[in-house]
Design a protein around this ligand. Structure first.
Ligand SMILES: Nc1ncnc2c1ncn2[C@@H]1O[C@H](COP(=O)(O)OP(=O)(O)OP(=O)(O)O)[C@@H](O)[C@H]1O
Ligand SMILES: Nc1ncnc2c1ncn2[C@@H]1O[C@H](COP(=O)(O)OP(=O)(O)OP(=O)(O)O)[C@@H](O)[C@H]1O
Lengths: 216, 216
């Protein structure tokens, strides 16, 4: 449970602020656009209109006592950068900033931004991988080329059991669980007959996962 | 290996097109802004300038034969929507579209968009969760409140072994692997002495994962 500020209330900033509040944190939402602040007044416990380029404004808002701040200003590079500088100068421990280009990223790095976020790039990579591997619904990289992957099943394998797929023997892949709707089947996973809509949660090396994806 | 078109070359569109090409696909990159197309000419095998609102232009580019198309136009709602309509009308099997609001999303749904992407919202959620759970470096939801999570370790646990943490007995959490740099330790994971910078890859229910996060 922490004290967070979000500066700039576009789609990204509004989402961060709302989610943090839902998770039980104290959130201060800030935007210079009074119309925007009025529109969002119902959504937030603490919301205020201010120009965050101004370090004195940041100080007056008490931002020096916050655990973290998110600079979510997009188009205005100057405001984004000046706000980042001001927050670090006030001693905010974690300042995360949305960047719009590699050059912007380099500047923010030098100014001490603790984490730099590129939403369009990060989701762009995920979209490309999802299009390329249509059966992969979600994944995390474990390093050493290992991934935990949630795979959709094709019709060809329904009515078999997971045991029939021989994931370990044929592909060197370990099955963690079978996901059916909102249910997770872990104990009888190998003997359960597969149905349409089921998903496999597996772990293995990329080359083995691709071999499996080819037969799905 | 497929045939993909990306319409609109902002940060998101450019990323999708580049990643798809790197993954070995045939990619056609399209933008109406000739300056943009000239700037990106070196980056893509196939890049062309065209106004994608015009269904005849889409047809002339042969888009009816593509496996999938990504509509990556941001600000211009009309262009985004007309392009989506045109692609579905040409029979492109998978049309994925970047949306800028819930209202835009509803319109795209009705027009038959196969997947609708909200980069600022999706990354906004991830940022909020990362700020709220600072030890969680990555995760996938398995359903039934189970998550696979990559956790950073705090200094308090280095020099213990994973076995000392008694993840199963104390927390009901299963350890999948220990991640050290780019290396994944799976076989001797329970007896390996933990070092600073190590990460644990675990699976368990959210309430148990939080209990673990509290002692890290
Ligand atoms: N100096 C400033 N002080 C406070 N707020 C600011 C300042 N400059 C810009 N903003 C606010 O930041 C918000 C987000 O900026 P902008 O709309 O440029 O970002 P965006 O990248 O398009 O947003 P998103 O992609 O998250 O929807 C705007 O509502 C704007 O009013
Ligand atoms: N009718 C059209 N035909 C082709 N390209 C178009 C059309 N309308 C807009 N575009 C292009 O789409 C590209 C992306 O649009 P825009 O810059 O509005 O999106 P954005 O959401 O700000 O981008 P991103 O967030 O991905 O950087 C622009 O380069 C623009 O030239």
């Amino acid at each position: 449970h922490g004290k967070f500020a979000v500066l700039g209330l576009g789609n990204f900033g509004t989402t961060v602020a709302q989610q943090l509040e839902e998770l039980g944190n104290e959130v201060l939402a800030v935007d210079e656009d009074e119309e925007r602040v009025n529109t969002l007044a119902e959504e937030f416990t603490h919301i205020v209109s201010a120009d965050v380029r101004d370090e004195r404004a940041l100080e007056e808002l008490g931002l020096g006592d916050f655990d973290a701040a998110v600079v979510a200003i997009g188009e205005n590079l100057e405001s984004n950068i000046l706000c980042t500088l001001g927050l670090k100068h006030l001693g905010v421990p974690r300042v995360w900033v949305k960047a719009k280009s590699p050059a912007h990223h380099r500047i923010l790095s030098k100014l001490g931004a603790d984490r730099i976020v590129h939403p369009e790039f990060e989701i762009g990579v995920r979209v490309a991988y999802s299009l390329n591997y249509p059966f992969v619904l979600d994944y995390i990289s474990l390093g050493s080329d290992y991934f935990v992957v949630e795979l959709a099943l094709s019709e060809t394998v329904t009515d078999s059991t997971v045991g029939d797929l021989e994931l370990e023997e044929r592909f060197g892949i370990e099955l963690l669980a079978l996901k059916r709707g909102d249910e997770l089947i872990r104990d009888e996973k190998t003997v359960t007959a597969l149905r349409e809509g089921d998903r496999l949660v597996v772990v293995g090396k990329q080359v083995h996962l691709r071999a499996l994806a080819d037969i799905l």
